[in-house]
Each structure stands twice: as structure tokens, then as C-alpha cells.
Design a protein around this ligand. Sequence first.
Ligand code: ADP
Ligand code: MG
Length: 262
Amino acid sequence: MTVVAIANQKGGVGKTTTAISLSAALAEKGQRILLLDLDPQANATSGIGIEPDSEGSMYYPLLGDATIQEKIVPTRLENLSIVPSGMDLAGVEIELARRDDHLTALRQLLNELKEQASYDYVILDTPPSLGVLMTSALAAADEILIPLQCEWFGLEGLAKIVHVIEQIRESGAAPELKLEGILMTMFDGRTNLSRQVVEEVSNYFPEQLYENVIPRTIRIGEAPSHGITIFEHDPTGSGARSYRAVAEEFLIRHSFVGEPIA
Ligand code: ADP
Ligand code: MG
């Protein structure tokens, strides 16, 4: 079981869309996926067609009063389960911050889940801030996947999150934490800007940058309002094709992890 946090402290960059779409695409390929919604705004929860639920969120598990297992609910998609979010998660920030174990609370919960070997990947959707929820998600992850909007301001944010990843590593909470990838989102092929931003990122992060980019499409933007994935909303469109390609790229990258070098 590998824990992947979809993270970027900026809002509106495609984190939730990527968390939902990557989860659904991996599930479609037979991977057993748990999507964990850690954003109090619950966009991943409603986007996949589930009612946000305060009682059912990570609130109690994070404070040591429940297990993750109790909060897992199935989605209508095969191989894809979710721990929903609800408004109460906003309050967990303050309560967690008071505790000494706030950085490792989620990691410990996920370690228990790891022992059961019920999932291949746990995908964490994170809130758009560098608060306690976000840092505990980073510290709980094996890998970080950063969605990055094809805009110049996105690059400033990238430097910041890379710095935070280093800080988490150095804190000792997650010394092996890896920057798995950077996924360019909302790519607009008609503008030079999109291409320039992709090129800039590939100069600094040639290994991490995903070859596939996610185009800006109306269909991707529409899907969450219907509570369905892009694969249901527009199965053969460019949005669905690009997220499927990203899932394939993700799996190819992961099949090499840990293999002995001959
Ligand atoms: P975040 O979780 O980082 O705040 P979201 O995934 O919620 O970002 O995306 C922000 C908004 O942009 C949402 O309304 C979403 O539907 C829309 N969106 C995300 N990706 C795309 C895309 N590739 N094309 C068009 N709209 C998109
Ligand atoms: Mg979001």
C-alpha cells in the first residue's frame, strides 16, 4: 500500500480533480484505491457523488477516537472507496495543533491500514493551505504528487511546496518522503504561456514532470457538479483520455519502484 498525497498549498490548481480522476482511473485498471478527503470543503466527496458527512469524516480518527476503517464507505465505482469529508474537519486543525503527535497522527492511522493490505494506493486530497491538516497529510504520505496550473504564479507556489517537503523530511516525521511527480493541469495549447511554464518546470524537475498534461476543458470543469467522474461524464473526451494516460504513466513509474538493479 502506497500513500500518495495530492498537494499544493494553492487553491484551484486541480488537486481535487486530479485526486478524483487519478483514483477513478487507477480503480478502472484494477487497482484497489482508497480516496481520503482531507479538505473540509469536501469537494472530492461531493465530486464523486457522496454526501459530505461530518460524523463520517477523518475528524474522530485524527483525534484518536475512531479508526480509519470505521469511516470507509464504498463509491459506486468498483475498486474505489472513500473516507468522506465534512465541515467538522475545519475544527480538527485547532484540536490537532494542540497535540504533540499532530504531525504523525495520520501516519499512525495509515500504518494500521497498511497492515491489512486491503488497498494498493491511498490517495489523499488535501486542503489549500499549509495548516496542520496539510502538513499531517504530507507527513503521512510516501509520495507527493503536485498538480500545477500552467501559469507563472504556479511556479512560485511550486518552490514553496518543495521547501515544505524538505522540512517534513528533515523533521524526521517522514524521512523517506518522495516528490513523486508534478502534473501540469489546465494546459491551454493555444497559448505560448502554457508551453513556457511546462518547459520551465521540466528544466528544474525533469524526472518528476509527467509527460502527459491535463488540458483545460469544459467537460472536466462540469463533471463534479453532477457528482460524477470525467470517465462517466465524457468517457472518450480529451479530459478522460489525458487522466487515463496519467494513470498509466503513474503505474509504469511505480512498477519500477523497489526493483533490484541487475
Ligand atoms: P483544487 O482542489 O486545487 O482547489 P480543483 O480540482 O477543485 O482544484 O479545480 C478548481 C476548479 O477548476 C474546479 O471548479 C474544477 O472543476 C476546475 N478544473 C479543474 N481542472 C480542470 C481542467 N483541466 N479543465 C477545466 N476545469 C478544471
Ligand atoms: Mg480541492
